[in-house]
Design a protein around this ligand. Structure first.
Ligand code: ZN
Length: 376
């Protein structure tokens, strides 16, 4: 009995001695760890405070540059064993990195690309008012004209105003969303911009309650179906409007100029109060532009042939249209089709029929394909 007690005691003492020695050996390291941890906490708080102050002073884009530099500086201050990995994590190939708040998942994020306004909205459900401060964005600010953050009750939206039209690629890695911006010409061989005339409070001609804007849009929607049906990955098509909106003139031709479009087609309908007999199809182009080769005049000509061919409408011919903003300011060959006269009762009846709108879309579609074949 006693012998066992002594053995246990000596075991206990030996164990205790080992424990104390080990603790004494590791204690300074633990202390260093604790110090490092506290230092990190203090630094994080200080950096957050700095971000708060900077956000109040800087523009959205300057703030992006600031948070990117700050993240790099922080990574470089890390202990050697963590530093390399942290610095490398900031050197991603995409342009932007957003971090989702802890309570937010990928499903709470929607990204919308508004090509006409050249605006990209990244809406993060559940993001707080201080999102940009708590989860700073990292990346490069080129291609972006302006960056803002709007907070609403259920989350926030990062709005990027882009310099040009871009497509996007989105890559997720855990709580990180990486965004890259791709010029349309890197994706498509040919780019076509389609413009439905008027919209919203600007109805165009209104005859017997029929508004030109609705006919223009109906034809464009049929045209869209044709492009989608063909599903040719080499042709990218952008539309100035697909609903009852009224994009600014500068945004209409801007969509073509900023996407490096190869051609621009605007769709309208005519009216003439002087006589109800006047009818037929006219195509306008900017006569001040060069008329050789793949010119606006040639595009107008192809459209006139194809549309009148498809509709059996009267071929009124080409008209000079350099006073029309959207075709004058368009850098690519551009033409404006006046499909028919709404003031002519028979033509108005045709223009409001779905079958006629479809035929018209088919004519415009074939004209565009022919133009592209000709090397536009
Ligand atoms: Zn019009």
């Amino acid at each position: 009995m006693e012998e066992r007690f002594v053995r246990n005691m000596s075991l206990l003492v030996t164990g205790l001695a080992i424990f104390i020695c080990t603790s004494l050996y590791y204690l300074p390291m633990l202390e260093v760890r604790a110090e490092q941890y506290i230092e990190k906490q203090i630094r994080a708080r200080r950096e957050r405070k700095e971000r708060e102050e900077m956000l109040a002073m800087l523009s959205g884009l300057e703030f992006l540059d600031y948070t990117t530099e700050q993240a790099l500086a922080t990574a470089e201050k890390l202990p050697e064993e963590e530093q390399k990995e942290a610095v490398e994590a900031l050197d991603f190939p995409q342009q932007l990195r957003l971090e989702l708040p802890k309570n937010v998942s990928q499903d709470d994020v929607t990204v919308e690309n508004h090509y006409v306004e050249k605006t990209i909205d990244i809406t993060i459900g559940g993001a707080g008012e201080d999102y940009l401060i708590s989860y700073p964005m990292i990346g490069r600010s080129d291609h972006i004209e302006d960056l803002s953050y709007f907070f609403e009750l259920n989350g926030g939206t990062v709005e990027l105003k882009m310099e040009r039209v871009y497509e996007m690629s989105l890559d997720w890695e855990g709580q990180y969303l990486y965004i890259d911006f791709i010029p349309p010409k890197d994706i498509y061989d040919k780019i076509v911009v389609i413009d439905a005339g008027h919209g919203a409070k600007m109805p165009g001609a209104t005859i017997n309650g029929v508004m030109e804007k609705d006919i223009d849009l109906a034809i464009v929607l049929e045209l869209k179906k044709l492009f989608e049906g063909a599903d040719d990955p080499s042709i990218g098509v952008y539309y100035t409007r697909l609903d009852d909106s009224d994009p600014a003139f500068a945004n209409r031709s801007g969509l073509a100029n900023d996407s490096d479009a190869d051609l621009f087609v605007s769709i309208h309908n005519n009216s003439y109060q002087g006589s109800a007999d006047v009818r037929g199809t006219t195509v306008l182009y900017d006569e001040a532009k060069p008329s050789e080769g793949q010119s606006s005049m040639r595009l107008a000509n192809i459209l006139l042939e194809k549309v009148t061919g498809a509709l059996g409408s009267k071929k009124r011919g080409l008209t000079k249209g350099n006073d029309i903003f959207v075709i004058r300011t368009c850098e690519a060959p551009a033409a404006l089709v006046e499909v028919g006269f709404m003031t002519n009762p028979a033509e108005l009846a045709n223009l409001t029929s779905e079958a006629y709108q479809k035929k018209c879309a088919q004519g415009i579609y074939e004209a565009i394909l022919q133009a592209l074949e000709e090397g536009f």
